[in-house]
Write a protein that binds this ligand. Structure first.
Ligand SMILES: Nc1nc2c(c(=O)[nH]1)N[C@H]1C(S)=C(S)[C@@H](COP(=O)(O)O)O[C@H]1N2
Ligand SMILES: [Mo]
Length: 318
């Protein structure tokens, strides 16, 4: 359970009426999304301005596929970001994303799907078990991190939405609101940011929608309140701040394909043997480390995902 109902709070926990009131307030402010039972003690003041990032998420279970590698520092994960809606350099998202309002967040579901509608995120999350997924992440630019995400399998949501059998792809869109996202006032990409997956990729148990990291609600710069995480693909597939999900018969055009089709393909599987036209993908710098590492096929998840691409030429389908 994500949302702690009033009835679930044991009397021993509510000795201090002030804390009790705060707990209730939190349950409302974060749109019921996922609320810290421990109330104000878990608020990190340094992140208080940046949306809800920093509030502890309750009831998270350890999930599958956890890797043993050292986790990247929280500070690096939350201050070295790509989120072009807030600027194209790594530091801007952490500085600028605080203005994004993630309250009462709505996600529109449309296309070849039975339950097309607008949903409040809190309703999507109601009753959904949240898991910690410690994943290796690799940006196409050549750096990598290990991030303890909190989220749930995308397949859980897809099943509940009942896509039609002719739906072969799923497309995601980020919020378009240049007032909140100043980077959208410039034409660096064709806004809104769009990404997509083939249905079997979307249904793979590694693929999650994330709502937190390091035990806490996602900071805005990491894609609050809802972002995609596909650990065997380059980071740009992990679209942030999702407001729309479409079920499609045809392969969608992602923003990066549209901006540079020779550089960014639809699949974007991490592949040390296929170079980006302007640089090699054979090595990577793990943020926080000095010596470069060898990049692994499918980012080290070959055992789990290689079968999805059997018989495909991964040089053509990059
Ligand atoms: N909407 C949106 N999503 C996005 C991006 C972006 O610019 N806009 N950048 C992508 C890229 S290139 C990467 S590497 C990851 C970075 O995620 P992180 O900042 O949480 O590490 O987000 C991806 N998702
Ligand atoms: Mo990236």
């Amino acid at each position: 359970m994500i949302i702690k109902k009033m009835a679930d709070i044991k009397p021993a926990e509510i000795t201090d009426p002030q804390i009790y009131r705060e707990r209730r307030r939190f349950i409302r402010t974060a749109s019921g999304l996922l609320l810290a039972g421990a109330a104000s003690a878990t608020l990190r003041p340094r992140l208080a301005e940046a949306g809800y990032g920093g509030q502890a998420i309750e009831g998270v279970r350890p999930g599958p596929f956890a890797i043993k590698e050292k986790r990247t520092a929280y500070k690096d994960i939350t201050s070295y970001n790509n989120f072009y809606e807030f600027g194209t350099d790594k530091r801007s998202p952490a500085l600028m994303a605080g203005r994004l309002k993630t309250d009462r967040w709505k996600v529109t579901v449309e296309g070849a799907v039975s339950r097309s509608a607008d949903y409040y995120l809190e309703d999507i999350l109601k009753g959904q078990v949240l898991e910690e997924r410690i994943y290796r992440m690799r940006c196409v630019e050549g750096w990598s991190m290990v991030i303890p995400w909190i989220g749930f399998p995308l397949r859980d949501l897809i099943k509940r939405l009942e896509p039609h059998s002719r739906a072969k792809y799923i497309e995601f869109q980020t919020l378009f609101d240049p007032a909140q996202m100043p980077g959208q006032q410039r034409n660096v990409l064709d806004w809104p940011y769009v990404e997509g997956l083939r249905m079997d990729e979307a249904m793979h148990p590694l693929t999650i929608l994330a709502v937190g990291l390091y035990g806490e609600i996602l900071p805005n710069q990491n894609g609050a309140p809802l972002r995609l995480v596909v650990p065997w693909k380059y980071g740009f597939k992990g679209i942030k701040s999702i407001v729309k999900i479409r079920f499609l018969e045809e392969q969608p055009q992602s923003s990066w394909m549209r901006s540079a089709p020779n550089e960014y393909g639809f699949f974007a599987n991490v592949n040390p043997r296929v170079s980006h036209p302007r640089w090699s993908q054979r090595r990577e710098r793990r943020i926080g480390e000095f010596r470069k590492r060898k990049t692994l096929m499918f980012n080290g998840y070959a055992e789990q995902v290689a079968h999805l691409y059997q018989g495909m030429d991964l040089k053509k389908n990059f």
